[in-house]
Design a protein around this ligand. Structure first.
Ligand SMILES: [Zn+2]
Length: 277
């Protein structure tokens, strides 16, 4: 990869982060909706989310969240959660309604989804990605490389991505940030460490203001507040650097931070099918 192009790309994104989205009159309709992408019925013992034994005895109500960003007539689905319930004995964490069913409640079809972005390759974020074969897949290059490498990685499931891996769908493996719609209003942020290509999401809403969605940069409040690094992250150093970047962005953009897996953050957005604007 040519260094000059990379630098230019970084400069463009830096500009996009700094400026407000297009002026109100000509800005496309922008909204953010939360989907239920699975549940845990009991509290989770989160000791393994600290590599310095910080969460011994701590139990947290976790959840699984996916999101829809509407940008005019274009749509981004952010994370695709656990696979939907199926069969006689569905997995206890399976969402009751699939993303396709939840989209139908918004009068949307999967073919209308322009982009499907996944924060990272773990199963609870990619379970329904195959429901959007017509969408351009946005995924960190570090994660894409793991999915497409010859030696399988037990933490990643390439089967979900077979459509894109086989060349049947469009994919953009992201090296850094991605200004999704080209106007600075929705930016996929490079926040590696949980996995090599992990990303988070920034949405600049008109009324609600800036919203930062973590992906699995942090899994719950105590984890976020103390820069906890889970034992199973791929890089401690990258996780800490990404937390530092994300927190500075949150401060400088006066953003609402939503931790996707923390049930305490569900009500930071309106209850489905309502959306934040
Ligand atoms: Zn997760």
């Amino acid at each position: 990869m040519r260094l000059r192009e990379l630098n230019l790309g970084a400069a463009v994104i830096a500009a996009a982060l700094a400026v407000a989205p297009a002026s109100a009159e000509n800005a496309p309709d922008l909204s953010l909706t939360r989907f239920d992408c699975g549940k845990t019925t009991t509290l989770t013992d989160v000791s393994r989310f600290s590599d310095v034994v910080a969460f011994k005895g701590l139990n947290v109500q976790l959840t699984f969240s996916c999101y829809l960003v509407k940008h005019g007539n274009d749509y981004l689905v952010w994370d695709t959660g656990n696979p939907a319930a199926s069969g006689a004995t569905p997995a206890p964490t399976a969402p009751k309604s699939s993303l396709v069913e939840q989209l139908a409640q918004l009068h949307l079809k999967p073919e209308q989804i322009t982009f499907v972005g996944v924060s990272h390759y773990h199963g609870d974020h990619v379970g329904q990605v195959a429901s959007f074969p017509g969408a351009t897949l946005l995924i960190g290059k570090g994660d894409w490389d793991v999915l497409t490498q010859a030696t399988p990685n037990p933490a990643a499931n390439p089967a979900n991505f077979a459509h894109w891996i086989s060349g049947g769908g469009k994919v953009e493996p992201l090296i850094g940030d991605k200004d999704v719609f080209g106007d600075g209003s929705v930016i996929v942020l490079n926040t590696p460490g949980h996995t090599p290509g992990h990303h988070s999401l920034l949405v600049k809403l008109k009324d609600k203001g800036n919203v930062l969605i973590t992906g699995d940069l942090a899994h719950f409040h105590e984890n976020y507040d103390t820069n906890g690094v889970p034992t199973f992250n791929t890089s401690r150093a990258e996780t800490l650097a990404s937390l530092d970047r994300f927190k500075q962005l949150a401060t400088n953009l006066n953003a609402t931070v939503i931790i996707q897996h923390d049930a305490r953050d569900i009500d930071k957005l309106p209850v489905f099918p309502a959306s934040a604007k």
